[in-house]
Design a binder for this molecule. Structure first.
Ligand SMILES: C[S@@+](CC[C@H](N)C(=O)[O-])C[C@H]1O[C@@H](n2cnc3c(N)ncnc32)[C@H](O)[C@@H]1O
Length: 306
């Protein structure tokens, strides 16, 4: 389900309202969009991100020489070119408009970064994003929502996503900034920790079996940890990239002590350490394994018929 016509129209009007205040002529914008074969061809009209906002986007995503930055709808290529020239990153710019791709290649030549960037005329919806470590967007609210399931399907946990002016609906941003009247939204792709995890650890009465059940909503999760006959809620769950941590108030004799579990998620395994109430590592490790059939996709909104 790719296009939501009413949503797109409303979003386009919102964008146009913002753009007209930024000094770009509405008439020129619509003329350019229609000249390319009508609004059905491009999902978003071409409007460049101001340089100050480009800098902020790259700062928030903490782009370095080890990154591969994808700009979906790259316009004149300014975001990936700045990432390559100023931060030493590699970049891929995707745009459906051949004129934008020509411009981007010319700009990359002028900036002497052709060895680190490439520009491809392609529909962003058909672009394989699995290699990206950073994804930049200046699209529309409805287009952000339409590509959100694709981001969750293809991007690795820890990949940074940064969007000029438009958010991702109920996937709230990890950071928000304002630069020269523009909003910048930043997210880190969370690992999917949903489902049922199990592990054993030596306890006072021999080997103890633990069962952790987690339900996830984007970067937030809640659930329970069961050991023997006691089921305890987990709280302060934090998921950042492939790192997960949570606290459980576990019984210790007549008292309850807060124990913090920290771990790294790798597919259906979490491996990490346990911290006691003083924040010190008890030196105890935990390795949990998940029943793969219990995983729930984080965002399957593209499967909901509209
Ligand atoms: C608002 S501009 C952003 C340009 C650039 N990312 C920047 O921030 O300066 C959106 C760009 O998306 C391109 N575009 C629109 N629909 C697209 C699609 N389905 N696939 C790829 N590019 C698309 C347009 O040609 C335009 O250059």
């Amino acid at each position: 389900m790719r296009r939501i016509q009413t949503g797109r129209l409303i979003a386009l009007l919102i964008m146009v309202a913002g753009i007209s205040t930024a000094g770009v002529s509405l008439h020129g914008l619509i003329e350019r969009t229609y000249a390319l074969g009508g609004p059905d061809e491009l999902d978003v009209p071409y409007v460049p991100t101001p340089e100050s906002v480009v800098e902020k986007m790259l700062d928030m995503a903490a782009v370095t020489g080890s990154d591969l930055v994808y700009d979906l709808g790259c316009g004149d290529g300014r975001i990936v070119i700045a990432a390559a020239k100023e931060r030493g990153a590699r970049g891929v710019g995707i745009d459906l408009d051949p004129e934008r791709i020509r411009e981007s290649k010319e700009n990359a030549r002028e900036a002497r970064v052709t060895d680190r960037v490439m520009f491809v005329r392609q529909d962003l919806y058909n672009t394989d994003l699995r290699d990206a470590t950073v994804v930049t967007l200046y699209l529309l609210p409805s287009v952000n929502l339409e590509i959100r399931p694709k981001l969750f399907k293809e991007l690795k946990p820890g990949t940074r996503v940064v969007s000029h002016d438009f958010d991702m609906g109920e996937w709230t941003a990890d950071q928000i900034a304002e630069v020269d009247g523009s909003m910048v939204y930043f997210w880190v792709m969370p690992a999917n920790v949903s489902g049922t995890w199990e592990w054993t650890m030596p306890g006072s009465a021999g080997k103890e079996r633990f069962v952790l059940k987690l339900e996830q909503e984007f970067q937030n999760a809640r659930g329970t940890l069961t050991s023997g006959s006691s089921e305890m809620p987990v709280h302060d769950v934090r998921i950042s990239g492939d790192q997960v941590s949570f606290t459980v108030d576990q019984a210790a004799g007549d008292e309850a002590v807060s124990v913090r579990y920290e771990g790294r998620v790798n597919g259906d395994t979490i491996q990490g350490v346990i911290h006691n109430p003083d924040g010190q590592s008890e030196g105890k490790g935990w390795t949990a394994r998940r029943d793969p059939s219990t995983v729930v996709p984080i965002d399957n909104s593209d499967e909901i018929p509209l």
